[in-house]
Write a new protein. Structure first.
Length: 195
C-alpha cells in the first residue's frame, strides 16, 4: 500500500485517534519538544511538511504563527482545510511551492519517503535565509522497530534513523544539526539549519 492511500483512509479520525491513551501521551511529549525547538513568534510563516490533518498547524496558529500545510494525502488536506487552515497536496520529494517560510516543521513524514536527501534539499529551498527545520523522526531501537512492525502490518515499509544516518542526509543536503534529542522510546526531534 502507498502512504497516500493509507492516510487517505485515516484522515477523518487521525487527530482524534492520536490524542488518546498511550499514543496520546507519546504524541503530546513530541509536541512539547517540537514547540520548544520551533519557538514560534507572532507573524512567522511556518511550513507544516507532512501536515496530516493539521495538529502542528493548529499549534503554530495558537502561538501567532501563519501555518501552511502540505501532505501527500488529499483527504488529509481536505480535513486540514475544513479545520480552517491553508494547504495543498504535495509530495515532499518533488515539493516546489515557489515561496519561502521562516520555519518548517516536519513531523511523522520522513519515514514514509524514499529519497530523504531530495526531501531535505526541497525543504532547504523553502527556507528563508535564517530559517530552520524541526523534524520528528523514528529512531533505530526497540521502540522504532515496533513502530516499523506496526506499519509493515498495514502494508507500509518505513525507514528508521540514527543520528549518524541523519547527519549523512543533512550533509549532502547542505544542512547541519543544531540540536537533537530523544523525545520518547520511539522518536527523536532534531533542529536543522543551513550550513
Amino acid at each position: 500500500m502507498k502512504a497516500d492511500e493509507y492516510f487517505d483512509k485515516k484522515a477523518d479520525d487521525y487527530s482524534k485517534d492520536r490524542s488518546k491513551g498511550f499514543l496520546g501521551g507519546i504524541v503530546n511529549k513530541e509536541k512539547e519538544f517540537v514547540l520548544r525547538f520551533l519557538d514560534v513568534k507572532k507573524g512567522e510563516t511556518v511550513l507544516d511538511a507532512g501536515c496530516g490533518s493539521g495538529d502542528f498547524s493548529l499549534l503554530v496558529k495558537q502561538r501567532g504563527g501563519v501555518p501552511f500545510g502540505v501532505d501527500i494525502s488529499k483527504n488529509m488536506i481536505e480535513v486540514l482545510k475544513k479545520n480552517g487552515f491553508d494547504g495543498c497536496v504535495a509530495d515532499l520529494e518533488s515539493l516546489n511551492l515557489n515561496k519561502k517560510f521562516d520555519k518548517i516543521v516536519c513531523g511523522g513524514a520522513i519515514e514514509f519517503t524514499t529519497d530523504q536527501v531530495r526531501v531535505f534539499k526541497n525543504l532547504r529551498d523553502h527556507l528563508n535565509e535564517n530559517g530552520f527545520i524541526v523534524l520528528i523522526y523514528p529512531r533505530k531501537g526497540i521502540g522504532g522497530y515496533l513502530y516499523r512492525i506496526f506499519h509493515l502490518i498495514h502494508g507500509l515499509n518505513i525507514k528508521l534513523f540514527s543520528p549518524k544516518d541523519l547527519k549523512k542526509i543533512f550533509d549532502v543536503s547542505d544542512l547541519k544539526i543544531d540540536d537533537i534529542r530523544k523525545t520518547d522510546f520511539i522518536c527523536g526531534v532534531v533542529k536543522i539549519s543551513r550550513k
